[in-house]
Design a protein. Structure first.
Length: 514
């Protein structure tokens, strides 16, 4: 294997992750369009609801994956293959147990599905749920192998294989929708390629690391690694509870308090926002393993500068992506699916605000994972879960705010609990620096992003004809206005900032070398 620098790995991970995510977005829109026209809004809503239920069930795993990857950073970086082998064996045994746990809990939930879905909305929903559950359970059996590849900073390999499986899955799903008009067949295709993808990754791990692992002597996992692993499992598990309650229960609440078709309408917006978020995560998240490698080798003196650069990169990505989402999302939905799939303006606005808040949390989350600080924020998810569910139900039942109320609860929770707690943990335990250094930059970045949205809204009202029949021309006008306007505002706000000057210099050097 050819060794690369952290920067080379980060750039390679970003490039491959970014390209595959864009291609996934295109394919997602294609399959979603066929799905809507062949099966309708109720099946779309059911698909979103069952996905959310299985996301909640995946809490059984979410404390393990990040913690194991963190525990592998140091032994992989130092080529301590006996320790790596011991950790991977532990990981395999845990995941086998988790597959059984998820399957058991999932089966126990079946009698309660009708309370959310409604008995007469979609027939045979129990059968579809069982296919979802089978897919989720099977995914645990071999997926642990990807952790070794990621810990070795080769996220691009995982991204490439995941994309290949997604390409085959989406292609066959589109064909089955056209030929059979069958939701069950659509789901079975997904199960098949979940299995194939994990087998493929397992073969690759044996090919690249089989000799080192097979020749490694049998050792016990060092006690300090076990202690840190337990703490990170507890912390990450608790943290993901809060994350799932805040961001993963929206579809369940909408189905229970509003309707299944409303879940379908909302899920179209979510598809676009999550696709954009996945693209940005593939860029910023590609640095996580390199940051973890950096932290594992005790090179923490430059940690604050590394954090500031990562935060500025997140700000830049959020600045432009939120602008395009805010300006183009309603018009695109109308062009794509028609007026009946539109949400009110205020709901779209708060969706974008939540996107901004989550994106600006990314640097904190990346550094928490890379520095192994999940345990230190173990109280945050309890506060998140209680606050978010309580406020959501209050907004739904007392104030009757509908989807807007659910999203407003997410905004309040993410702003006043999640962001605050995560920043405190990163700066106190990771960077060993006063957290006040975070807030000054964070508030400035949020203000500048929102200012850009306000100016864009004014420009769109002033210059774009929203009543024209040619939606493609309208989208083009908004796109050009958003591009020119956002680039101008971004430059005026940032041309004197240190990080902007550094990044501009790096880009200039690359161009000159090219």
């Amino acid at each position: 294997m050819t060794n690369k620098s952290r920067l080379q790995y980060a750039l390679l991970n970003m490039g491959v992750g970014g390209i595959t995510t864009i291609l996934k977005m295109i394919m997602s829109f294609t399959v979603r369009t066929i799905f809507i026209y062949k099966l309708g809004a109720d099946f779309l809503g059911l698909n979103g609801l069952l996905t959310s239920i299985l996301t909640a069930l995946s809490l059984a795993e979410l404390g393990i994956g990040s913690a194991i990857i963190y525990s592998l950073y140091r032994p992989v970086a130092q080529r301590e293959w006996p320790v790596v082998k011991a950790i991977m064996n532990l990981y395999r045994n845990i995941y086998r147990a988790l597959a059984l746990i998820v399957l058991t809990i999932g089966l126990m939930l079946m009698p309660f599905l009708s309370l959310i879905v409604g008995k007469h909305v979609v027939p045979n929903y129990e059968f579809y749920y069982l296919i979802f559950l089978l897919n989720s359970s099977i995914s645990y059996l071999l997926t642990y192998n990807r952790s070794l590849i990621i810990a070795n900073q080769r996220n691009y390999v995982v991204s490439s294989i995941d994309f290949l499986m997604y390409f085959l899955t989406a292609g066959l799903q589109a064909i089955t929708l056209f030929v059979f008009h069958s939701y069950a067949t659509y789901l079975v295709v997904q199960v098949i390629f979940t299995i194939v993808g994990n087998i493929f990754l397992t073969i690759l791990v044996h090919k690249d690391y089989g000799r080192e692992l097979s020749n490694a002597e049998k050792v016990k996992i060092p006690q300090n690694v076990i202690v840190k692993l337990k703490k990170n499992v507890i912390g990450t598990f608790a943290n993901k509870i809060g994350d799932v309650v805040v961001n993963g229960t929206d579809n369940i609440l909408i189905a229970a308090f509003i309707s299944l078709s409303a879940v379908g309408i909302y899920s179209n917006y979510q598809l676009i926002i999550l696709a954009v978020q996945a693209l940005l995560l593939s860029i910023s998240g590609a640095m996580t393993s390199s940051i973890g490698n950096f932290a594992a080798l005790n090179q923490g003196a430059r940690g604050l500068k590394l954090f500031n650069n990562h935060q500025f990169m997140n700000y830049t990505l959020t600045f432009f992506s939120s602008a395009f989402l805010f300006a183009l999302l309603p018009t695109f939905i109308e062009f794509w699916l028609g007026n009946k799939f539109l949400l009110p303006f205020e709901t779209t606005l708060i969706l974008v605000i939540n996107f901004i808040i989550n994106r600006q949390r990314n640097s904190g989350n990346v550094f928490i994972d890379a520095y192994g600080l999940a345990y230190e924020q173990k109280m945050k998810p309890i506060l998140e879960a209680v606050f978010n569910l309580g406020i959501s139900i209050l907004f739904l039942t007392v104030f009757h705010l509908g989807i807007f109320g659910i999203l407003l609860a997410t905004t309040l929770t993410s702003t006043f609990i999640a962001t605050t707690y995560e920043a405190y943990v990163v700066f106190k335990y990771g960077l060993l620096t006063p957290v006040s250094k975070f807030y000054k930059r964070y508030l400035q970045f949020i203000f500048e992003i929102v200012l850009n949205l306000a100016i864009l809204q004014f420009l769109i009202i002033l210059f774009v004809n929203k009543n024209q029949s040619n939606k493609i021309l309208e989208i083009l006008e908004i796109f050009i206005l958003t591009t020119v306007g956002s680039m101008t505002i971004y430059f005026l706000l940032n041309f004197k900032k240190e990080e902007f000057i550094v990044f501009k210099s790096m880009i200039s050097q690359k161009i000159n070398k090219g």
